[in-house]
Design a protein around this ligand. Structure first.
Ligand code: GUN
Length: 279
């Protein structure tokens, strides 16, 4: 029997735990607020930003919204980040990506005070992840670890193949899996014999960004499959990087799209916001 990993349910559990923690902190007189900055009006970004603000309201932390025009300069954005770094009432700062072409995203990420970098993108937090020190961890890979742990899936000693090497998902995912004592392989667009390699995976994490790319030919019977992709198919229906209907019967556990990895990203952002409150 295939276990369908319910990201919606698990993310709700996490948000309810965080809500209780925030209520406890409030009794001690502590408050928290997340500043969310969006530059421009990309519709997908607007949806994500709104969901983040809703999640803040649900767990009981404040959110400050900064909606800047598309033509905002790098200097203007950096000045806002600096101002928020110095604002004691703000303990988390999130700059929604992607940013318009005139702004260097890396420069903006580096400008965020590491102790307010709830996205876990600042090089100091990335470095801490590499050497195993506590710090903020990128939300999507952290959410995948929670999905696996809370679904009773063991990682120790398993061969985990991650397809994708981005700074936001693939690379931190590999480091987190290593921390869980998995044996880790990172595959990417230049990897040779990808289906054969994937067929050796006990846990396959797919973050390629190509709709329904992974077929049953990539799957070892009984593997666990985690699908990070989110796209719209030709009928405007949401789908992932994995051809779900074809792949699922060959797995022991799989995440659906939607309702798998997606909701976990925001739950872990809220987790990071609560961490920043406890510092
Ligand atoms: N754009 C897509 N995913 C993310 C994310 O996790 N954080 C931010 N800041 N922007 C994103």
């Amino acid at each position: 029997m295939t276990q369908i990993i319910d990201g919606k349910k698990i993310s709700q559990e996490i948000k309810d735990e965080l809500r209780e923690q925030v209520a406890e902190q409030k009794k001690l007189g502590k408050e928290a607020a997340l500043a969310v900055i969006q530059v421009g009006t990309d519709p997908a970004s607007s949806v994500y930003v709104n969901n983040k603000k809703k999640a803040c309201a649900y767990i009981g932390i404040g959110s400050l919204s900064y909606e800047l025009p598309e033509e905002t300069t790098e200097e203007e954005l950096l000045a806002l980040v600096e101002k928020l770094n110095g604002d004691a009432s703000v303990n988390g700062i999130l700059v929604q990506l992607p940013l318009p072409a005139q702004i260097d995203a890396d420069k903006v990420i580096r400008a965020i005070a590491p102790e307010k970098d709830v996205d876990g993108f600042h090089p100091e937090n990335v470095g801490k992840l590499v050497i195993g020190e506590p710090g903020f961890v990128s939300c999507t890979p952290a959410g995948i670890i929670q999905l696996l742990k809370r679904s009773g899936i063991k990682m120790e000693g398993k061969h985990c193949v991650i397809i994708g090497r981005s700074n936001i998902v693939g690379k931190p995912m590999a480091l987190l899996m290593l921390r869980e004592n998995a044996t880790v392989t990172i595959a990417h667009s230049k990897t040779q014999n990808l289906p054969e390699l994937c067929k050796t995976a006990d846990i396959l994490i797919v973050a390629i960004g190509k709709p329904q790319f992974i077929t049953a030919d990539y799957i070892k019977e009984g593997a666990v499959v985690i699908d990070v992709g989110i796209h719209r198919d030709e009928n405007n229906k949401l789908c992932g990087d994995v051809r779900y209907d074809e792949v699922a019967p060959h797995t022991s556990a799989i995440t659906p799209v939607p309702g798998g990895v997606g909701p976990m990203t925001i739950a872990m952002l809220m987790h990071n916001c609560v961490e920043s409150m406890l510092q």
